[in-house]
Design a protein around this ligand. Sequence first.
Ligand SMILES: Nc1ncnc2c1ncn2[C@@H]1O[C@H](COP(=O)(O)OP(=O)(O)O)[C@@H](O)[C@H]1O
Ligand SMILES: [Mg+2]
Length: 240
Amino acid sequence: MKSDFIASHELRTPLGVILGYATFLREEAKGEASEYAKAVLDSAVHMRRLIEDMTNLRFMEVGQMSLQREPMDVRDSLADARKEFVPLADAKAQKITIALPNQPLIVIADRGKIALILSNLITNAIRYTQDGGLIELSCFSKGGEAWVQVKDNGRGISQRDIENVFQGFFQVEDHMVRKTGGLGIGLSIVRGTVKLHGGRVWAESDGEGKGTTFTFTLPLARPGTSSLAPKPKTGPFIGQ
Ligand SMILES: Nc1ncnc2c1ncn2[C@@H]1O[C@H](COP(=O)(O)OP(=O)(O)O)[C@@H](O)[C@H]1O
Ligand SMILES: [Mg+2]
């Protein structure tokens, strides 16, 4: 019932109003007032993210997450995600590098959902890596799959917790000592969404303080499928 409520329109509509007016205020206000407006805006943005997480979790729990799949190049998604998160990394003086293969990496996937997966993995990498850290994005083809990796040189994950992090609401750090952050459901959404696409996701780390690499795989489209291919037409025998 709680997650139904949080995901609901009742909560999103007033938040939209807060976001709208806080943006307006920040632009108009001067001096200290502008800082207050920024604090309101930042918190509202944070809250919107929590609500989005809850909504996605809820959709997955009730098996309602539907995919709009189409041929797409994984390289484009990764490059777009990098562009989106460079400002966030800049704020912590972190670098985000990207290594892409020369050949297209075509999968049949839901663009929005792939962006959601990448956004979760990259924001985690930024959040759980110290200032000045390094985040390396890469993708490549391996055994009929596209492999996508988000690697950081941050605080790492102990062997004990390396699987637990994919459980809903699991967080390594005690909730009372967390400064910022989410609800601990990002990675369970990632795992559910990757599975829906027929892929796998896992984490590797040499231990605490030694960085973490998250890898997810997606089945590659059959050779010959191009991102420019037209949508399949309805066959002549449908309905007979
Ligand atoms: N790149 C990472 N480096 C170290 N720990 C991580 C990383 N990504 C996730 N974690 C750990 O896994 C937990 C669960 O992650 P997630 O499901 O995204 O929830 P949240 O980020 O909201 O806490 C985090 O709280 C953190 O303890
Ligand atoms: Mg997270």
